[in-house]
Design a protein around this ligand. Sequence first.
Ligand code: NDP
Length: 401
Amino acid sequence: MAKKVVIIGAGGVGQVVAHKCAQVSEVFGDIVLASRTEEKCRAIAYGVKKKQRVDIRTARVNADETAQVIYLLEKEKPDLVINVALPYQDLPIMDACLATRTHYLDTANYEPKETAKFEYSWQWAYREKFEKAGVMALLGSGFDPGVTNVYTAYLAKHYFDQLEEIDIVDVNGGNHGQPFATNFNPEINIREVTAPCKHWENGSFVETKAMSEHRQFTCPDNVGTFDIYRMYHEELESLVTHIPTIRRAQFWMSFSQNYLNHLQVLQNVGMTRIDPVLYNGVEIVPLQFLKAVLPEPSSLGPLTKGRTCIGVIGQGQQKSHKKSVYVYNICSHEDAYEEVGSQAISYTTGVPAMIGAKMMMEGTWMKSGVWNLEQFDPDPFMAALNKYGLPWTVQDPPLVG
Ligand code: NDP
């Protein structure tokens, strides 16, 4: 039976989720898109009607206020909330889901506004409450986190007796032609890339200076060769917790020299600060002001050309041989724009959000409590990635000797 879903957040990712859910109307029979600025929801609804020939409804909600989300959920009575607003709203929306016994899914872990801290502790603390309420929360169902968690579980299940090392490599080989812009919410993106790096090494996280470690990476299928920088990313925490054979886990992301130069200047002049400063008698947070003057990620859709290449390289033992296996997806910015009107960063996040929601609504992945994606059987999710726009490839060199 078709289900009812409320999507919260009408940015780049929200747009993709709305289109992809509309494409799967046998599962998502009734879709409501709600956000702080309802005009943005209406613009997306118009696009969905035009491209997918599906009507979706819209609503206004400030998801910082649990009471407003509860009001919306009591009125709409959805089966599931897909939260693609900002990480700051995770806990208020989870509270509203608990109060109304509604299933929950997001794509980024909770962050308090005043510190750039990326950890699951706050959301994992909801486990018992969700179990007791008989509802499920699926955390981090985007690409990274999300598909990278599923890839890792898939490698552990099918390619290794013991998975020991993972390198998650996120390359954006696209170009939007702007002097400086971020591919998803600028505030969240800049908080993430300016944070100290942490990687997992023999049972604990080792901290190093942000962007201090880099190497070159050549992507398959002629996407190109890129400088990739080691940084902290939230899936490292859940993966080493749930797959304890992993001894070393690192996350790498590509950045152009141009992006890094701009970031360096912005940091040097204090524009990436997240503490309030007094300006003309008003408190402003420099990074929030910077977001207001940078291009909206959703405006990059028609401008971005090229491809992303995101994957996981796993190393470990199989039949007493040490081996390395690489699983990845390549996604074209232009194809994503053609299909849903968004660039590939939003597309690669929104498609897995829809797939995670579908897994839950069909009962394939359905358990009360709070879960990360690697805690479920990866096979049905991997099959759905091939079907719904993010096909993957495995490079598995033959064992030698
Ligand atoms: P955008 O900034 O483009 O969109 C965010 C949306 O959330 C906007 O519509 C915004 O409304 C809305 N919003 C913000 N605050 C509130 C609030 N208090 N109440 C209701 N709505 C609110 O971001 P993206 O679409 O690029 O990213 C969305 C999420 O996806 C983020 O959490 C991001 O971290 C995550 N993400 C995850 C990835 C992954 O692979 N796992 C990759 C990329 C992103 P308004 O327009 O009024 O500001």
